[in-house]
Design a protein around this ligand. Structure first.
Ligand code: PLP
Ligand code: ZN
Length: 397
């Protein structure tokens, strides 16, 4: 096997894997860990082994004696037969990432990122986040017993800060531009030897690739034609595509699903650039979205997502707040309570089917995070509950 390194997604400049720095020192585009092009699934992994043991051939750089798993990954893939029938598709699946330890897919990247930081001698970790990633890093930092720094937005409400603070990290509510904070955290991390495990660092991509591996196994290696991914920074999108490419190169699957990037109409820097045929994204001004988890106006992996969309015949689309709320309710009607960001793939499916996603296609929707994380949005639904007297019970049924 060739040495495993990090290389720039744009100019191919290479750096040492031990450096917990996510961007190219030459062109400032994001870095990727080398493609792992051979390997097989470890069917001897037991049900209590973490996902990276099951797929250990594809994580050769990890030190598996570092045991900080919280049981992330290995989530269900659930068919939505009614939707498939309604839209004349051969199958529609939900990859239910709401079932992770801190209720979002972020836990996959957190476990890999924190293991990598520990292996490389870091005793301090951190992240910059609007919510899910903060809770996830705080949980793994607690489990690993590391000093953990969480930078969140200055105006974050206590109801959102508290579910992060409960794990006991140092939470700093920082006022100012969020994308500047991202860059600065990387700088400070280098100076103070803190591993900042931000949204699109190489090890987060490595965590997210397991979503693709699992979809391969759960469809009996008959992978879907399309995989629809809610996209903000672009890390999860990159990871899922990398996972399919690796299994394809290793001969485990016969085709690479076409990736679909979905964004909110009120914050769509990647979709806008894609639809305008541009090679680079530009800052999206005046954002407004009901799905804050996909609200990054200046996604650090935006240009790389555009490159991947081109390379793998992907699609990009936007959905409105109204469509998101409708999709959230519809998913709940099948028993899956997702937060708004996790519902956007279903909304996108309705937009794309017929014209861009042809009949009889098979599609996987990545439902990225759980609904209880964002209860403020429930007021947008018409949810009835009736107060009655105990004596009235029999009339009401
Ligand atoms: C982080 C997050 C996303 C966006 O993922 P990126 O890697 O930033 O593109 C989507 N949905 C949920 C629920 C998230 O927490
Ligand atoms: Zn570069």
């Amino acid at each position: 096997m060739n040495e495993i390194i990090q290389s720039c997604t744009s100019c191919n400049h290479t750096t040492n894997l031990a450096e917990c720095y996510p961007r190219c020192p030459i062109c400032n585009e994001p870095l990727n860990v080398s493609l792992i092009e051979s390997g097989s699934i470890n069917y001897e992994a037991t049900w209590s082994d973490p996902f990276y043991i099951r797929y250990r051939d594809f994580y050769p750089y990890l030190d598996n004696t570092i045991k900080i798993s919280l049981g992330e990954g290995l989530t269900p893939l659930m068919p939505l037969e009614n939707v498939a029938k309604e839209l004349n598709l051969s199958s529609v699946y939900v990859k239910n990432e709401t079932l992770n330890p801190t209720w979002s897919f972020k836990d996959r990247g957190s476990v890999i990122g924190v293991m990598h930081a520990i292996k490389n001698g870091y005793s301090k970790i951190g992240t910059v986040s609007t919510g899910n990633m903060a809770a996830s890093i705080a949980a793994y930092g607690a489990k690993a017993g590391l000093k953990t720094y969480i930078f969140v937005k200055g105006d974050m409400l206590p109801e959102k800060v508290n579910p992060i603070a409960i794990y006991g990290p140092k939470v700093l509510q920082v006022k100012g531009e969020y994308s500047v904070l991202y860059e600065q955290s990387l700088q400070i991390g280098q100076e103070k030897h803190i591993a900042f495990i931000n949204s699109d660092v190489p090890m987060r991509i490595e965590g997210s690739k397991s979503i693709a591996y699992e979809i391969c196994e759960q469809t009996g290696f008959n992978v879907p034609d399309f995989v629809i991914i809610p996209t903000s920074a672009g890390g999860n999108f990159r990871g899922i595509v990398k996972g399919f490419v690796e299994f394809y190169k290793a001969g485990i699957i016969k085709k690479i699903p076409r990736p679909v990037c979905v964004q909110s109409a009120g914050c769509a820097p990647i979709a806008k650039a894609f639809l305008n045929n541009e090679d680079t994204i530009s800052h999206f001004g005046n954002t407004s979205t009901i799905a804050p988890a996909i609200g990054n106006p200046n996604p650090p992996s935006g240009n790389e997502v555009l490159r991947l969309l081109k390379r793998y015949l992907g699609l990009a689309v936007t959905v409105t707040n109204c469509e998101i709320i409708k999709a959230q309710k519809q998913l709940a009607s099948y028993g899956v309570f997702s937060q708004p960001a996790g519902a956007v793939p279903l909304a996108a499916l309705y937009k794309l089917t017929d014209e861009l996603i042809p009949h009889d296609s098979s599609v996987a929707l990545v439902t990225t995070g759980g609904g209880l994380k964002d209860s403020s949005v429930l007021g947008k639904h018409k949810l009835d509950a009736e107060v009655i007297n105990i004596s009235e019970l029999s009339y009401k049924l």
